[in-house]
Design a protein around this ligand. Sequence first.
Ligand SMILES: Cc1cc2nc3c(=O)[nH]c(=O)nc-3n(C[C@H](O)[C@H](O)[C@H](O)COP(=O)(O)OP(=O)(O)OC[C@H]3O[C@@H](n4cnc5c(N)ncnc54)[C@H](O)[C@@H]3O)c2cc1C
Length: 549
Amino acid sequence: MPKHDLNSVAFPKLNDAQMAALSQCTGAGLKSYRDGETLIQTGDRDFKFFVVNSGKLAIVDESGETPETIAELERGEFTGDVAHLTGGPSLITAIARGDCTAYEISHEGVRQILNRFPDLGDVILQALIARRQILRQSGKFTGLRVIGSRYSPDTFRIRDFLARNRVPFTWLDLETEPEVGELLKQFGVSEADAPVVAWGHKLFLRNPSNQELAEALGLRHSLKNSLYDLVVVGAGPAGLAAAVYGASEGLKTLVLERTGPGGQAGRSMRIENYLGFPTGITGAELADRAVIQAGKFGACMPVATPVSSVIFQSAYSVLRVDGGETVTAKCLLIATGADYRRLEAEGCEPFEGRGVYYAATLNEAPLCRGAEVVVVGGGNSAGQAAVFLAGVARKVYLAVRHGDLYKDMSAYLARRIEETPNIQVLLNTTVRRMTGDKHLRTVELVNNQTGEVLTLKTPALFSFIGALPRTDWLPPDIEKDGKNFIRTGVVVAQSPRWNAGRQPFLLETSRPGVFAAGDVRSGSVKRVASAVGEGAMAVQFVHEYLKQM
Ligand SMILES: Cc1cc2nc3c(=O)[nH]c(=O)nc-3n(C[C@H](O)[C@H](O)[C@H](O)COP(=O)(O)OP(=O)(O)OC[C@H]3O[C@@H](n4cnc5c(N)ncnc54)[C@H](O)[C@@H]3O)c2cc1C
C-alpha cells in the first residue's frame, strides 16, 4: 500500500455516529484532561484506548535518545495499538496538548466494539494493524534496546524472543557499536552485565529469562488455576487456528505457548503455498494476524508458558506450566508440533546460538551479511532458508545428505535454488566437524560417496534436519507411534487405554477429550494449511465432546 494511503488507514477520523456508538460500550466514559497531562506512558500495561472529543492529544515516541512527536490527534481520532488485543506494553506516550476531553475505553471495551459494531470495528482494527506496519517500515522507531554481544547466546535468545513476539526493538552489538560503552555507563552497568534491555533512558532488565521478559512486557500473567473449555498447548498454525475457531464460537479458550506464536511457520521468510497468498507471506506476519484475530474473539494467549506435564483428574486435564502454575481444561488440544533435531557433528554444541542456528530469519540475517554460510538439509525449510540467506550472504552452500535435490523439496523451490547464482548445492554431503573460539569459525563437510572433504571458513551454519515431535511432556495415557508422534482417531479405538465406549473422533487421542492437531499428530501432513485445517477441525470435535459431557 502506498505510504499516504497507509497513513490515512492508520489515522482515520470517526464521524459523529461512530463516536456515539463508541460512547455506548461498557465502561466508556467522557473525561477531561489538563494541558500536559499524560494519558498513556510508554511501557504502560493495560493502558486505555482514547477517542478525542475536543482539544488535541500528542502521540510521542520516547524510546530513542530524544522524544519525538509522531502525531497530533483531534476530534474523532483515537489512540490504540494491537496490544489492546494481544497484550504487551504501550509503545508510545499520549499527552494532552491544551485542555482536552476524550472517551476512555478499556481493553475489554475495545474488544466489545470490534465484535458489536463490525463496520466501526474494521476501521479501528485496520488502523491498529497499519500503525504497526508504519512503525516497522519507518526504520526510525527504536522501541526496546537490547545491548549485548553477537557472540552471546543470551543476547541471541532475547532477540529471538522479542522477534517471535513482534515486540519492536533495536539491537546494539557490543562488538561493533561504538556508543554502547557510554550507554551502559548511563544505565549504571558494565559490559559484564550484558545482555541488558532498556527502554528510553531507563534500564529495564539485566539478562532476563524469557519468562521475566514476558512478565515485564505484560505478555504473560498469572494463570490463576482457572477452568477453561479448551486449553491449547502450542501456538503454531494448528494452535492458532484452534484459538480463532474456539474463541469465536464462544468457548473459553486458553493457549499456552513455550516461546512465541507462529511455531515452525513463524521461522519461514516466505510461505508461497498457503491458499490466498499468491505472492507469499512471511510466517511472522501470518502469525501476527492470527494472534490479533484470536485476541479479537477473546482467546487468552500468554507466552513463555511451556507446559511441563499433564495429569487427568476425573474428566478434566490439569496442566502444569514451568514455574509451577496449573490450569484445568475440560478439553485439551495438543498442538506442540516439532522441533529440528540438534546437529550431531563433532564440536557443534558449544556454537549453538553463536554460529549454529535452527532458523534463518531477519534475526539471524545480520550475522551473515557479506559472508559465506552453510545450510544443512534437503527439505523445504532448508530450501527456503538458502534462498533467503542468498539475499544477504555472499555465498550459500546447501549441504544435502542424499543425491537428489528434488527428492524432499517442492519442485518450485528446488528450481529457484538452481537458478540462484550464489547458492552452491553440495549433494551426498554431511557436516563432520566444527571449530572456532567464542564463535563458529570453520565447518568441515564430507562427501559420503567420494570421501572428499571441504573446509569452509564461515560465521554461521543453519541446520534443518529431522523434525522431532514435542511429546516428551505427555504421560503414557496418550498413545504414540514408534517415532513418538501422537496417535488419533480409529487406531486408538483398539488401544487398551481407550475406555469411552464409543468411536474416537478423528483427531481424538487415546484419552477421551484430549485431541491432537498439526505436525505432532501421527500421519499428519507437515504443512501450514493442513495444520490450520486440523486446528479448526479439532474445535468441532471439542463441541461434540462437550455436548456429551
Ligand atoms: C523454516 C520452515 C519453513 C516452512 N515453510 C513451509 C511452507 O512454505 N509451507 C508449508 O506448508 N509448510 C512450511 N513449513 C512447515 C510448517 O511450518 C509446519 O508444518 C507447521 O508450522 C506445523 O504447525 P503446528 O502448529 O502443527 O506446529 P509448530 O509450527 O511446530 O508449532 C508448535 C508450537 O508449539 C510450541 N510448543 C512446543 N512444546 C510446547 C510446550 N511443551 N508447551 C507450550 N508450547 C509448546 C512451540 O513453541 C511452537 O510454537 C515450514 C517449516 C519450517 C521450519
